[in-house]
Design a protein around this ligand. Structure first.
Ligand SMILES: [Zn+2]
Length: 86
């Protein structure tokens, strides 16, 4: 007979109680994700369900070479620019 459960690799570790912001948090036997606050005695769960896609993603940053060529073009240094970028 084992008194210990298998470790739950998906358990998250809250830093503060979401109700009273207490730090006296202990794993609770209610569920595999439950925590008990030692200050307000509430039992709660912390679960991560995933990440949603953003509404819009930022454009990709130019490469170092593209940024250099754009800067040279902007400041009129066409003599040192690569062929095809002038
Ligand atoms: Zn609390």
């Amino acid at each position: 007979m084992s008194f210990r459960r298998e470790p739950n690799p998906n358990r998250n570790f809250p830093t503060f109680c979401p109700y009273c912001s207490g730090e006296d948090l202990w794993p609770n036997e209610e569920t595999d994700f439950a925590w008990k606050c030692g200050e307000c005695l509430r039992v709660f769960e912390v679960k991560f369900h995933g990440q949603d896609d953003p509404q819009s993603a930022p454009a990709a940053a130019p490469s170092t070479e593209e940024a250099l060529q754009a800067s040279l073009r902007k400041h009129g240094h066409t003599a040192v620019m690569k062929e095809g970028n002038r």
